[in-house]
Design a protein around this ligand. Structure first.
Ligand code: 5RP
Length: 236
């Protein structure tokens, strides 16, 4: 374990480390985004440098691409790789069915495309991300900048008729300016508190013109590797 880690970082690290067991020589690996995924990238980099592991990584953000290159992982695009053996990524929330909320780090669009183009998706998370019902974490929706206020208003109208507890929305900011994703879009966060029917919400939200993608990952994740602050790991 790298130095003295806080319980939360220990949990993230041990989950990431265990996920490396699923990566074999010659694999094409989708590399997630966020602090947990960053541990994975560092661990895989060490395996590349020290054990001669040969993998090709498809990063889900410019941040992850930079880190992957720094630690010695060969990086390519999804178009080049075409299909991946496994994608390993973090999550903001996951439930019993391994449905997820993602996009807290703003990379949900590339993350969903990459995960969907993989034989297997593994989520790595600390125990605090596990929930009975999704929705306490604000649901990120990637929207095109053109007409974003109209899209936001339509999102509000839509969620008001859905099985959710909250109806507030907010444009994600980066200081004084809107946060801009790697794809040049904005993010509207939906403060729903509780999502009664995540599958339905995901479908309905994506019908709204201006919405590019939502942060609900339904039936995409196959395995959850859950790290605890005391170093224990659970695999689901
Ligand atoms: C980025 C994501 C991240 O996986 C999610 O926000 C979890 O991040 P962290 O591992 O830092 O808690 O979806 O878009």
């Amino acid at each position: 374990m790298p130095g003295q880690l806080s319980p939360i970082d220990t949990a993230k690290f041990v989950a990431a480390k265990r996920a490396c067991d699923y990566v074999e020589d010659g694999m094409r690996v989708g590399l997630g985004t966020g602090s947990t995924a960053a541990w994975l990238v560092r661990c895989l980099g060490e395996m590349v440098r020290e054990d001669g592991l040969r993998i090709v990584g498809v990063p889900t953000s410019t941040r992850t691409a930079e880190l992957a290159r720094q630690v010695g992982i060969k990086v390519t695009t999804l178009d080049e790789a075409k299909w991946l053996d496994v994608t390993i990524d973090g999550a903001d929330e996951f439930d019993r069915e391994l449905n997820l909320i993602k996009g807290g780090g703003g990379a949900l669009l590339q993350e969903k495309i990459v995960a969907t183009a993989s034989d297997q998706m593994i989520v790595i998370a600390d125990k605090t991300k596990q929930v009975e019902t999704l929705g306490a974490f604000p649901l990120p929706i990637e929207v095109v900048p053109f007409g974003w206020q109209t899209t936001k208003a339509l999102l509000e109208e839509t969620i008001s008729s859905m099985d959710v507890l909250g109806e507030k929305t907010s444009l994600r900011m980066d200081g004084e300016k809107p946060y801009v994703t790697d794809e040049g879009n904005y993010i509207v966060d939906l403060h729903l508190n509780r999502i009664g029917n995540a599958r339905q919400l995901a479908l309905v939200v994506n019908q709204i013109p201006g919405v590019v993608e939502n942060g609900l990952f339904i039936d995409i994740c196959d395995i959850a590797i859950i790290g605890h602050g005391d170093g224990r790991v659970e695999v689901r």
